[in-house]
Design a protein around this ligand. Structure first.
Ligand SMILES: *Cc1c(COP(=O)(O)O)cnc(C)c1O
Length: 554
């Protein structure tokens, strides 16, 4: 029996001969094979550098490593996914695969993302508009009554959360529509789902011939400039759509950027950024609701807000003067404005433009990614927030120690290390300390408004004393002995190394003295006392502007 994809595809797609791309034979050869099959230039670019590596060669048509990483990220099998040049490209591919010009129809539910209508018109497909209801919610029954009876409705686009309004469409509603329209491919655009509480339909799409999910790395993973997204669906539908791909759709540099962004060590930092954007969305919404010129604020489930303002022209003029770009959407609603959530400075500028301004001390956050052949580490910390704390070094005892530093230091710490623990713990322990120290130094920036302190702490029979001077000059002193070689997989000799690495990268004098009988107590006392000393040293003093040195700089 013919698959749904075969029944729905354009005749031109069905009669396309398969591409003859020699690069598709990549799997048959080792990477060092003599490659004289693709008329490439044998010389890499003159300026060299890491970015240029391999760029004189054609990329893989569907880069296997990235495809596997995206399939894992979205919880689907690799043959249910094609990597596209962003979500936009996925929309274009679907329309070109399934819509005969002048005959087939595409439905959209406005106000929504403009690209669906754009690519449908470009292909000459008929456009059926089934508007959202007055609250911008999807009306499934109204939609089915309007579009459902068209025998040539090939693609129905649903955006959840919707751009620009942020409204979600419940997965159960989407599945009900898919059941009701067995001969139409329902395309669910999940470009913003990471910022919502919605369950993805990706796994469901893998099993259903008439459901396709669009994803993108542009929004949640900050890769809009790399142009990387994915189409996810039943393998038959996906294979059919892949016929419309150009021979080498993805630039090598984009593949590399996406593979790096999805490395497991960096996942906790992306999760942390997404959580921060969601929290900022709520904070901005609460504040904008207090503005007299804002009639309504929709927070929805994206990385943006949808406002309705009273005098959009006046607002536009003010924003132009201030150099702030928002997206006015008068066709979605009179006075409709879509506002992306920005970083601290951008959000403060936005609020000021609406006359809401409370000067806030600058943020003391930092993110560090440190990757070598031995370890891949990502650290994020916020000295002015006590949570979250999530530490995964691969060494449970060391996780516990670093958690003590953050807990007693009173700051948030997200740290993940994928290291060569099969060799031993040395590289992981030391490199985490280096990256942690770098992150602390970056968060402290010019070290205004902080002190220079120390702390002593007993722990049963053990006691530790830590003195810190965040002077900018590294110096490390460690006095103490350990009896055992290891605590769990953690080598006790590394404790002195950790404080030396921290002193070097943080730019601080760190003196540690420890004594007692039990190595676990002694080690834990050192880390706790370090956290406590750090807490005092990084505390903001006064208005936070004074440099704690008579020299005026640290
Ligand atoms: C941004 C966006 C996309 C896709 O963006 P790409 O950068 O092309 O991946 C898809 N759908 C919606 C609704 C969007 O807002």
């Amino acid at each position: 029996m013919r698959s749904l994809a075969e029944r729905l595809a354009r005749p031109e797609i069905l009669s396309l001969p398969p591409f003859d791309i020699s690069a598709q034979a990549n799997g048959l050869f080792a990477p060092d094979a003599v490659k004289l099959d693709a008329n490439e230039n044998p010389y890499p670019p003159l300026d060299g550098g890491a970015l240029a590596e391999g760029i004189n060669r054609y990329p893989e048509p569907q880069p296997a490593q990235l495809k596997a990483a995206m399939a894992a990220l979205y919880g689907v099998a690799p043959d249910s996914l094609i990597v596209t040049r962003g979500g936009d490209d996925g929309i274009d591919l679907l329309v070109r695969t399934f819509c005969r010009p002048g005959v087939d129809a595409v439905s959209i539910c406005p106000p929504t993302f403009a690209a669906y209508g754009h690519f449908a018109r470009l292909q000459g497909a008929r456009l059926i508009e089934a508007p959202l209801d007055r609250n911008f919610d999807f009306d499934a029954d109204g939609f089915l009554a309007m579009a459902g009876s068209d025998p040539d409705l090939k693609l129905a686009f649903l955006c959840s959360p919707n751009n620009p309004t942020g409204n979600p469409v419940e997965p159960a509603t989407i599945l009900r529509v898919a059941e009701a329209l067995p001969d139409t491919i329902l395309v669910v655009d999940e470009a913003y789902i990471e910022f919502s509480e919605l369950e993805s339909l990706a796994a469901e799409a893998m099993r259903r011939a008439n459901l396709v999910v669009l994803r993108t790395l542009s929004k949640a993973y900050g890769l809009a400039g790399a142009r990387v997204g994915a189409l996810i669906g039943h393998p038959d539908t996906i294979a059919m759509t892949a016929r419309a791909l150009p021979p080498y759709p993805l630039p090598t540099l984009s593949i590399a950027a996406a593979v790096a962004a999805l490395s497991p060590a960096r996942r906790p930092l992306h999760a942390e950024r997404i959580a921060r954007i969601k929290a900022e969305r709520e904070r901005l919404a609460d504040l904008l609701e207090t503005s007299g010129s804002v009639r309504s604020v929709r927070r929805g489930g994206g990385n943006f807000l949808f406002l309705e303002v009273d005098e959009p022209e006046a607002l536009a003029a003010r924003l132009r003067q201030l150099g702030i770009r928002l997206r006015f959407r008068p066709n979605a609603a009179p006075g409709g404005v879509r506002v992306s959530v920005g970083n601290d400075e951008e959000n403060a500028a936005l609020l000021a433009a609406f006359g809401i301004g409370r000067p806030q001390p600058g943020s003391r956050r930092a993110e560090i990614v440190r990757e070598t052949k031995e370890t891949r580490i990502a650290v994020s910390l916020d000295l002015d927030s006590a949570s979250p704390r999530r530490i995964e070094t691969g060494l449970p005892f060391y996780d516990h120690m670093l958690d003590q530093v953050a807990a007693h230091g009173g700051f948030s710490l997200v740290l993940r290390c994928d290291g060569d623990l099969e060799i031993d713990a040395h590289h992981s322990v030391e490199d985490c300390a280096i990256a942690f120290g770098q992150a602390l130094a970056r968060a402290l920036a010019d070290r205004r408004g902080i002190g220079r302190f120390g702390f002593a702490l007993p722990m049963d029979e053990a006691e530790a004393q830590v003195l810190i001077d965040l002077s900018g000059r590294p110096y490390s002193l460690f006095e103490g002995e350990f009896g055992a070689s290891h605590i769990g997989a953690y080598p006790t000799e590394m404790t002195a190394h950790v404080f030396r690495s921290l002193a070097d990268t943080l730019g601080a004098a760190i003196h540690v003295q420890v004594r007692g009988a039990n190595d676990h107590h002694k080690t834990e006392a050192c880390f706790k006392a370090f956290g406590r000393a750090l807490r005092q040293a990084i505390a903001r003093e006064g208005d936070g502007s004074a440099v704690p040195s008579t020299k005026g700089v640290l």
